[in-house]
Design a protein around this ligand. Structure first.
Ligand code: MRU
Length: 357
């Protein structure tokens, strides 16, 4: 079954502009109060949009980076191949340095650089066209992958179940359906209802601002909770499964996701609730052996102390630790739900098989 529809390329949070000269994104920093769009053309604009989380979520960052490589190649289309390739490499390294944890960023950029290398010595104008094709292919693949992940995730839950999610792994973070909240959106389309608990996700509130927004708009029953309420909701027996996204899955099944995810996994284990991460195969990084090898982004203390408040909520001299992600140990994971199927332990063996097949 194909999930891809041509109009989906126009409906996600990232798309090519009508004249094909720029990337248009929904500015996720403005949601839910304002639906604003940003048009990106220069490498600094791509870097900043990724850095400030105007575009965010591992797959959406990958799609944006893929289109960015095409847009950045446009003014270079008359250069000889060697100069073209070396300027593209410099742009690629710059955009790639915007955020370190989500592997989809480097994965998409590597795919585009491979297109350039595969056509060494050919006319640059034609390579520019191939970069556009590859970006569209990456975008289409993501829509297909999200559809299959949502289908596989839906097979794990029953009508009426309570699902707890953390951060935002919906359409804004990907393309169509999303990953961790895809099963609920696909279920809704088929008349199946779930009760979703969305952690607000401190400090940047992706759960409050984006997940509850997407689910409300889709008519899914969603209840917003502060991160420190997850234990009580689980203890009350309201949660049948936890579904979270991922930014990088290591070869042994450890995975990085939004800060606070590992705490949810520990609580789920305590209460005997199945805990799943849902992600496309582009988020699995077999070259990263374990979670200890994943670089974790640290962000500005301003996000904790000041960003959402009229006045700072701590003294200027108070130190802050603001890691954007944490690593969940594979032993806490019930299964990894991918577009190629549901992977159960032992993850080191079964993830390898996923790629061999
Ligand atoms: O810092 P963010 O908002 O980009 O973090 C996003 C997450 O942690 C998501 O859960 C992850 O990227 C999966 S999105 C399908």
């Amino acid at each position: 079954m194909s999930f891809f529809k041509e109009e989906d390329l126009r409906n996600g949070s990232v798309r090519l502009s009508d004249d094909g000269q720029a990337v248009v994104i929904i500015d996720q920093t403005k949601l839910p109060n304002e639906t604003a769009f940003l048009t990106l053309k220069k490498k600094e604009e791509f870097y900043d949009a990724i850095k400030v989380l105007a575009v965010r979520g591992a797959p959406a960052i990958g799609i944006c980076a893929a289109y960015a490589m095409y847009v950045l190649s446009l003014p270079k289309k008359d250069l000889p191949y060697e100069a073209f390739a070396s300027e593209m490499l410099a742009d690629a390294e710059y955009v790639n340095s915007s955020r370190p944890t989500a592997v989809n960023l480097s994965w998409a950029i590597r795919r585009q650089m491979q297109v350039i290398r595969d056509h060494a010595g050919e006319k640059t104008e034609e390579i520019v066209g191939l970069l556009r094709d590859e970006a569209v292919a990456i975008h289409k693949e993501d829509i297909e992958m999200c559809g299959r992940i949502s289908e596989n995730g839906l097979s794990l839950i029953k009508p009426g179940d309570g699902i707890l999610t953390h951060c935002n792994a919906g359409p804004l973070a990907t393309s169509k359906y999303g990953t961790a909240i895809g099963p609920m959106l696909l279920g809704k389309e088929r008349g199946i209802d779930f009760k979703v608990f969305a952690d607000e996700t401190r400090p940047l509130l992706q759960g409050a601002r984006l997940t509850s927004y997407e689910l409300e708009k889709a008519g899914v029953d969603v209840t917003l909770i502060c991160d420190n309420m997850a234990s009580m909701v689980m203890k009350n027996g309201w949660v049948n499964a936890c579904f979270v996204g991922c930014d990088r899955i290591a070869a042994n099944g450890d995975f990085a996701n939004k800060i606070g995810t590992s705490g949810v996994a520990i609580l789920a284990k305590h209460y005997g609730i199945p805990f799943y991460t849902l992600g496309p195969t582009s988020t699995i990084d077999m070259s990263t052996p374990t979670g200890a090898d994943i670089k974790i982004e640290e962000r500005n203390p301003y996000e904790i102390k000041t960003m959402w408040y009229e006045k700072p909520m701590a003294l200027p001299e108070t130190k802050c630790f603001n890691p954007s992600f944490d690593v969940t140990d594979h032993e806490l994971l019930t299964a990894i739900v991918t577009d190629r199927g549901i992977v159960y332990p032992p993850f080191d063996v079964n993830l390898r098989k996923l790629f061999e097949n």
